[in-house]
Design a protein around this ligand. Structure first.
Ligand code: SF4
Ligand code: SF4
Length: 301
């Protein structure tokens, strides 16, 4: 069962975190009828199960919302429905403890149902002890899963960048090269890579800027890759197998000649295409079979 079935748009005064953030900025925390809410439910992890990842920021911003509600509306009841609390930074625990002291109820829960009953919102849930419970509130604020921006796939296609299984950009290496992409000179940072808070996004942006600046050394010349792939036209049957294996999108098909061609200026010389070609039409320059054979012979002497 989904943790929170989708009710957004069906039940009045069920709003998203972004809508509540706009309310805070406008200085008016009110219901559709213009009155301030007497009881508010904050519901985390909406869509987490379906998306298959934690959005990382919702726990903390929901605590922030709860605290703001308590500070701005003197008599409001605030309940925060969470599944797991993700509070990894050193100041987060204190922030959470202070919220509890303000009288905010933290409810570990699952299988939440939201219903519109007599102009109030009924939140039914399964408690951590496995009991079916319910609570009536005036407003419910959902913390939905963070998803890639709409243009991500368009940008990925334009720059030939890979996306991961969640639809965010994929980094060259999660540990060793977290802001680089397989395409040289293209870097990614912040939520383009996945859910991230503001400090982490700033750190990643600084890392990306540092990487770029370190390559812009006056007088430094770009060194092109010399070990590039080469397709021997006479052997190529035009099967296009190589197009699908080139991670860097370097190979294109020449419809007129009926063969594949390599853009040597951007080929990374990884060699994947060589092994994939059923006709043996592709070779990496300076790594021909006779050359490799001679090298092996020399090594064995
Ligand atoms: S895999 Fe080989 S034969 Fe097929 S298109 Fe590419 S180079 Fe040509
Ligand atoms: S060597 Fe690698 S980068 Fe170059 S064309 Fe072949 S698969 Fe693409």
């Amino acid at each position: 069962m989904s943790r929170v079935p989708s009710v957004y748009g069906d039940v009045e005064n069920v709003i998203t975190a972004l809508e509540f953030e706009t309310m805070i900025s406008s200085g008016k925390i009110v219901l559709k009828n213009g009155k301030p809410p007497g009881a508010v439910a904050l519901i985390q992890c909406v869509g987490r199960q379906e998306k298959g990842y934690c959005s990382k920021t919702c726990c903390l911003y929901s605590i922030k919302f709860a605290r703001i509600l308590k500070d701005k509306l003197a008599d409001v009841d605030v309940s925060e429905f969470y599944q797991d609390l993700c509070l990894p930074d050193k100041a987060d625990q204190n922030y959470f403890e202070e919220a509890k002291k303000k009288g905010i109820h933290f409810v570990q829960s699952d299988e939440i149902e939201i219903k519109d009953i007599n102009d109030r919102i009924k939140v039914k849930y399964k408690s951590a002890e496995g009991k079916k419970e319910e609570l009536s509130v005036d407003m419910a604020i959902l913390a939905p899963a963070m998803v890639p921006s709409q243009d991500t796939s368009k940008t990925a296609e334009m720059l030939n960048l890979p996306l991961d299984e969640t639809g965010f950009f994929k980094e060259a290496h999660e540990m060793l090269n977290p802001v680089a992409t397989p395409i040289e000179g293209v870097f990614v940072a912040g939520c383009a890579l996945g859910p991230k808070n503001i400090p982490d996004s700033i750190v990643q942006s600084q890392a990306a800027a540092g990487k770029i600046l370190s390559t812009l050394v006056p007088g430094k010349k770009l060194e092109p890759e010399v070990k590039t792939a080469e397709i021997r036209e006479e052997f190529c049957t035009g099967c296009q197998t190589c197009l699908s294996v080139c991670f860097y999108g370097v190979i294109s098909f020449d419809e007129h000649k009926g063969i594949s061609i390599v853009n040597e200026a951007i080929c990374r010389g990884c060699g994947s295409c060589v092994g994939s070609c059923p006709s043996g039409a592709i070779k990496i320059k300076h790594f021909t079979y006779p050359q490799l054979y001679r090298e092996v012979l020399e090594a064995l002497r």
